[in-house]
Design a protein. Sequence first.
Length: 152
Amino acid sequence: MSSKSFVKLLRKIIREEVQGALREVLTEQKSNHNQLIEHGMNLSHITENSMPNRPVAKKQFTKNSMLNDLLNETASTPVSAEMSDWSTMNFKSEMAEAFGMPNPSNTNIAPATGINGEAVNMQKEGVAATVNAMSKDYSALMKAIDKKKMNK
């Protein structure tokens, strides 16, 4: 058997096997569309029934009427129990090491190399200012912001 005829035969066999496998997968994934539509309608009714039917006074957030309507819809949406749990989440600088971040007390150490392994030239004013801003300890600033929020 020549190599050309072998390749043609191999391609034909592979094509037949792939088509057979595709047919199996596609027939397995067929679903009852009526059941899916009914399920979607049930979910729609559940959400409509759970929403309160009380009129909500619209606030003026912005002069753009479309954006204002969207903001009013969002503001009137009730917060679910799962989402209200996020309001208690907070991150403090003392927790940084647990998340793989450097210790806040050691953040003023300048990096010796860049992200590609090249040496960092701290003699350049822009580089020094950027490294200083990125490695500065902002915990005092964050405490002041938290204190101001508590006084509101």
